[in-house]
Design a protein around this ligand. Structure first.
Ligand code: PNS
Length: 160
């Protein structure tokens, strides 16, 4: 069975992430979306909330599993016996850091990285921008799934 890991912070998942996940799900038998447990980064949603949100919006794909991990992505890949990571590239500015990570991941563990060009409709999206726009009352409908939009509004309104 051909499997791929799609790692990330997903705080929260956007339609840009979903575009990559759904396209990967058509190329591979199974996509494992792996949410990083990052104790040093302040997040809006807990890891479990992020896992639940992704599971809800990827259920329809049928071959997407959602998990969380701590530590190196390549160690997670080894534990799961998955040799490939998929990452979306939104713009040239993403490329430098992504290339470095891909090369390091290959060097230390032989794990390959597949880069997928983001759909231009979503190339300007980031989870941070979504949070900022919602916090100040902007409309992000169509840029994140409706359920995620709702949770962003609830969480950011409660925080104020
Ligand atoms: O959604 P993000 O924040 O762009 O995802 C970045 C992520 C989680 C893929 C990256 O930071 C990562 O793999 N972190 C786990 C630790 C690790 O393996 N670092 C890279 C070493 S080359």
């Amino acid at each position: 069975m051909r499997r791929v890991v799609c790692p990330g912070s997903f705080d929260p998942v956007t339609n840009g992430h979903l575009d990559i996940i759904s396209r990967a799900s058509r190329l591979y038998d199974e996509v494992v979306v792996a949410v990083l447990i990052n104790k040093s980064k302040k997040s809006l949603f807990t890891v479990d909330e992020r896992v639940d949100m992704i599971a809800e919006v990827t259920r329809e794909y049928g071959n997407v599993k959602v998990d969380k991990f701590y530590g190196l992505t390549v160690d997670y890949c080894k534990q799961q016996d998955i040799p490939v990571i998929v990452r979306g590239l939104r713009a040239v500015s993403d490329y430098e850091y992504e290339l470095q990570m891909a090369q390091m991941n290959h060097r230390i563990a032989g794990v390959e990285t597949l880069f997928m060009a983001t759909n231009p409709l979503y190339a300007f999206l980031s989870s941070s921008l979504m949070k900022e726009v919602v916090k100040f009352g902007g409309d992000i409908s169509g840029l994140v799934p409706d359920s995620v939009h709702q949770r962003l509004i609830e969480r950011l309104q409660r925080e104020d």
